[in-house]
Ligand binder design. Structure first.
Ligand code: SPV
Ligand code: MG
Length: 434
């Protein structure tokens, strides 16, 4: 009988390196590819371009592959225990980065039944990471970007986004990444097109005064410099026929989702306090009509309408918030955003607990501007699926600009301020085409 050879791989972008590994594995026996599920890949790097089913069809048809099984987590142990292969074959590149520890555990485990680990030399100059970079440089087509949000939500328990209000801030969101304590790259999954920061950046109030054409100019500037999915802050969505047209326009551009809030009349920002905080909430019936009109207008299956509940902002109570969540989902909402102005986040956690029991639960979005005390871990544990940092980049740039202007005025020169920001040459080099 042929020996069993287990070959784990993600195989999102197939390159000669994969073929080399399969060729080496086939010399040893029956090749069983342990194909990482979308969830397994998303747990340590970006969500794959192709779905598991698409990747499976490709791998099954590669010369040398005898069968494909799913590996549903980045740990190799469950499948190794299940199949007890004679060989485990993996490219030599897995001994650095997030797969290093799983590798060590896999080697120790294989040893317990006398299995061997074979690590063919990693094929230089071909790696998915390099291909990814080239794909980023090419840009992204609208339908692929549009579908990316749903894909991420299916592959990850929680996705995180941050606002961008122009091309430059979107470039930062596109590229910023840090390695966490497990060596896993952390980056933002999406961009929030905030009405507060889009209007504030123009020196305008956040009262739906900045018109759709102008908002779309911001969207376009962002689309041109980043490949991440976008959630557009649609404010109240305006009148029902206007909302239907907005949905079509956003879809055409490749925006993944719109959030509309259940307010009426002159919309004011939800974080306002005291007498300035004059809001009128829409009726459940009317807002549901708006959701339905949006759903009827949309053309793709992937676009999402996220309904934002303002009951906690308006102080009308948890029961009202919960009732609205039920009604909005029944009307067709693809997700719910619950908002709160309170500093301790307690009412958000309370809402999550009730919401999690919904049978037809949809992704839940939260915006922890006023309750940064709750960490991503806290919010994920509570059940949040989308976390958005809604205004931090613009707030940070305002403070930096004010300090700089003050320093230049005080010192009557820029020397003192200069050490706090990038050089003119660095700025020029940041932008392609300069
Ligand atoms: C925005 O970012 O514009 C929002 C979130 O709508 S908030 O400002 O908190 O209302
Ligand atoms: Mg807003």
């Amino acid at each position: 009988m042929k020996k069993l050879v287990y070959v784990p791989m993600a195989a999102d972008i197939i390159h000669p390196g994969h073929l080399n590994i399969i060729k080496e594995a086939a010399k040893l026996g029956h090749v069983m590819v342990g194909l990482f599920s979308d969830r397994a890949i998303a747990s340590y790097k970006r969500v794959p371009f192709m779905t598991y089913e698409q990747r499976k069809v490709i791998v099954e048809n590669l010369k040398g592959v005898d069968e494909v099984v799913m590996q549903d987590e980045k740990e190799y142990e469950p499948n190794l225990i299940k199949y007890k292969p004679d060989f485990l074959v993996h490219g030599s590149d897995w001994n650095e980065g997030p797969l290093n520890e799983p590798r060590q555990r896999a080697i120790a485990l294989m040893d317990t039944w006398g299995g061997k680990v074979v690590e063919p030399q990693y094929t230089k100059d071909v790696s998915s990471t390099k291909f990814n970079k080239s794909i980023k440089e090419l840009g992204i087509m609208p339908h692929i970007r549009l579908a990316a949000l749903k894909k991420s939500l299916n592959a990850k328990p929680m996705v995180k986004g941050i606002e961008a209000h122009n091309g430059l801030s979107a470039m930062i969101v596109e590229d910023v990444s840090v390695k966490d304590e497990n060596g896993i790259n952390q980056s933002f999954d999406l961009i929030w097109l905030s009405s507060l920061t889009d209007s504030s950046a123009k020196g305008k109030p956040d009262i739906e005064f900045v018109d759709l054409t102008s908002r779309m100019t911001t969207v376009n500037d962002i689309l041109e410099v980043c490949t991440k999915p976008i959630i557009y802050d649609g404010d109240t969505g305006s009148e029902i026929p206007h909302f239907a047209l907005t949905v079509k326009r956003l879809e055409r551009l490749g925006v993944s989702a719109v959030v509309i809030e259940d307010k009426m009349g002159l919309k004011k920002n939800s974080l306002l306090e005291g007498s300035a905080a004059k809001h009128t909430q829409d009726s459940i019936e009317h807002f549901c009509e708006k959701i339905k009109a949006g759903k009827n207008a949309q053309i793709t299956d992937d676009f999402m309408i996220i309904s934002r509940i303002e009951s906690l902002i308006l102080g009308v109570g948890m029961d009202d918030a919960v009732l609205r969540a039920k009604k909005y989902i029944e009307a067709g909402a693809d997700g719910i955003m619950i908002h709160s102005r309170k500093k301790d986040g307690a009412e958000i956690l309370e809402f999550c607990e009730i919401y999690n029991k919904f049978k037809n639960r949809k992704p839940l979005m939260v915006v922890p501007t006023n309750y940064p005390i709750l960490s991503e871990e806290d919010l994920q544990k509570a059940g949040a699926n989308i976390i958005v940092y809604a205004n931090q980049l613009l707030r940070a740039s305002y403070t930096a600009m004010l300090n700089t202007a003050t320093s230049i005025l005080s010192h009557k020169r820029a020397l003192e301020a200069d050490k706090n920001y990038i050089s003119a040459l660095e700025l020029i080099s940041l932008i392609k085409g300069n």
